[in-house]
Structures are given as structure tokens and as C-alpha cells.
Ligand binder design. Structure first.
Ligand SMILES: Cc1cc2nc3c(=O)[nH]c(=O)nc-3n(C[C@H](O)[C@H](O)[C@H](O)COP(=O)(O)O)c2cc1C
Length: 266
């Protein structure tokens, strides 16, 4: 339970989705809901029934002028991320990290993107090295990163090799985290079977006391990773399925990357 909430868009930063053809007000905020969310149990119960008449991306979506795309993927990602924030996408920094385990079996989970370098070569995230994903990355240091921003019908796909940063880098990053996130990471044992919630409460209390006594404590398994992109694809969905896809492929080394651009069939 590292830092699921860390760095996510909170209600204060959330923006409502723009109406079709309308510019959202820069200071628009959604009304906070007075009612707690609860499971909706009435109505149709099968998956096809629930999804009937709800085709994906059936709404006005932005266009993507691939011919005006920059030479490197980094600036385009920043543009798209800023547009996602403006359009009210919640948690636009939440991405799916796909890895493979020792048996070659794929695995995937949502994490938080921490940073991307200017060129779009290095994509940073942090995780517990002793978690399943950390072990998978140690065995197969390669991964894919995928994000979908529904309000815009945009997907970004990144593939590359993964490198774990030095412990000093991880410690510095750990210090930037909220106390709750640091306590969660200090509890550790992510994804191990949990006997009871009381067991977790006890471990959390121990971790909290440890952090109070040693504010500089760093969770032993805390790791910062960089995915060095070989490919970055920008995918703009279209209700008529005329999706626009532009793939950047890195030809130069990480230290002086060069990128070629390829338009892909939808
Ligand atoms: C929006 C969101 C953000 C998350 N952020 C993180 C994160 O930054 N780090 C993390 O370890 N797990 C994060 N999680 C939890 C992971 O998806 C996953 O449950 C956990 O890391 C265990 O994965 P593993 O068993 O494959 O190692 C997040 C989950 C969600 C839904």
C-alpha cells in the first residue's frame, strides 16, 4: 500500500468535463457531492445489458494534427496531459504498468506517474521493490505503460526497458511524500495475504511510531524506476473509428535520443 493517493488529483484540482463545443471556465469546480457514493444495485445486471447503448467515445472528441507533432514525444505528452487536466480528467497521472513475471505471465496494475523528461525518453514512477511488480521488474527489466483519458478519447502507450535508480534517489523521493504515504510504505508487505484488518492496524501503528521517532526513515524496499522508452504512441480516438495514431520510435541512445515518427493504421 505504498502511495496510491499520492500525487493524484484531489477534488480541489478536479475540473468538470467540458460540454461539447464549449470551453470550460478556467476556474470551474464540480460541486462536492453531499451524498456518499454507494453501489448501484437496481436495473439490469448483466454486462451486455449494462453496456447496451453505451458505445465508447460516442461524443465530440478533439482532433490530433499528427503533421504538427513535435520531433520528440515529451512535449506532445506534456500538451496532452495539460489538455487532460483542463478537460477535467480525474487522476490523469494514473497509468497502467504492465510487466511479466518469472513464468512469462503478464501482470498489470495502476500506478502514479511521477515525471517524464523533456524529450519523453525517461518515464519515472516509484514502487516497492519487494512487491510483485518490483520482483517482476528485477527479473525482467522491461515494461509497458498505458494511460487512457476518457474525456478526450486519448491513449498514450509507452514501451521500454526499466532501470532502478540509486537508493539515494529513492530516499530523496521518499522524503517528498506525505506522512500517510510514508507510513503506508513503511508498513510494507504489499500484496501479501492479510490475515485481518486488525493485523494491518497494528503494523500501521508501529510504522507511525517509527516515523515519529525517525522522521527521516525510508522504507527499505522503496524504489524509483525509470522506464526508458523505445516507443511512445499517441492515440486519438474517433467515434467513427477513424482513430489517429502516431508512434515515435527511438533510434538514438538514451543520452542523445533521436526519434522517428510513423503514422499507424487505426
Ligand atoms: C489510481 C491508483 C494509483 C495507484 N498508485 C500506486 C503507486 O503509486 N504505487 C503503488 O505501489 N501502488 C499504487 N496503486 C496500487 C497498485 O495498483 C497495486 O494494487 C499495488 O501496487 C500492488 O501491485 P503488485 O501486487 O502488482 O505489486 C495505485 C492504484 C490506483 C487505482
Amino acid at each position: 500500500m505504498a502511495a496510491e493517493e499520492e500525487g493524484l488529483t484531489g477534488p480541489d484540482e478536479a475540473r468538470p468535463a467540458p460540454e461539447a463545443g464549449a470551453e470550460p471556465a478556467a476556474d470551474a469546480r464540480p460541486e462536492p457531492s453531499a451524498e456518499p457514493l454507494h453501489e448501484h444495485r437496481s436495473g439490469p445486471r448483466s454486462v451486455p445489458e449494462l453496456l447496451l447503448g453505451r458505445p465508447p467515445m460516442a461524443r465530440p472528441l478533439p482532433s490530433f494534427d499528427h503533421q504538427a507533432a513535435p520531433a520528440e514525444p515529451g512535449p506532445l505528452f506534456v500538451d496532452w496531459l495539460a489538455t487532460a487536466l483542463h478537460a477535467g480528467v480525474l487522476d490523469p497521472q494514473a497509468f497502467t504498468l504492465s510487466t511479466v513475471d518469472a513464468d512469462g505471465m503478464p501482470d498489470a496494475r495502476v500506478l502514479v506517474l511521477r515525471d517524464v523528461d523533456a524529450a519523453g525518453t525517461g518515464w519515472n514512477f516509484s514502487a516497492a521493490a519487494d512487491s510483485p511488480k518490483g520482483r517482476q521488474l528485477a527479473e525482467h527489466p522491461a515494461a509497458a505503460l498505458t494511460v487512457y483519458w476518457p474525456q478526450l478519447g486519448r491513449q498514450v502507450r509507452v514501451r521500454g526497458t526499466v532501470e532502478r535508480a540509486a537508493d539515494l534517489v529513492a530516499a530523496a523521493e521518499f522524503a517528498t511524500r506525505s506522512p500517510a504515504a510514508r507510513v503506508g510504505a513503511l508498513v510494507g508487505r504489499q500484496s501479501e495475504p492479510l490475515g485481518s484488518v486488525a493485523e494491518y492496524d497494528e503494523a500501521e501503528a508501529v510504522a507511525r511510531r517509527r516515523l515519529e521517532a525517525h522522521p527521516d526513515a525510508v522504507a527499505p524496499g522503496h524504489a524509483v524506476y525509470t522506464l526508458w522508452a523505445h516507443e511512445v504512441e499517441f492515440w486519438q480516438g474517433d467515434a467513427q473509428r477513424r482513430h489517429t495514431r502516431l508512434r515515435y520510435t527511438r533510434t538514438g541512445p538514451v543520452s542523445s535520443p533521436e526519434w522517428s515518427r510513423t503514422l499507424l493504421w487505426p
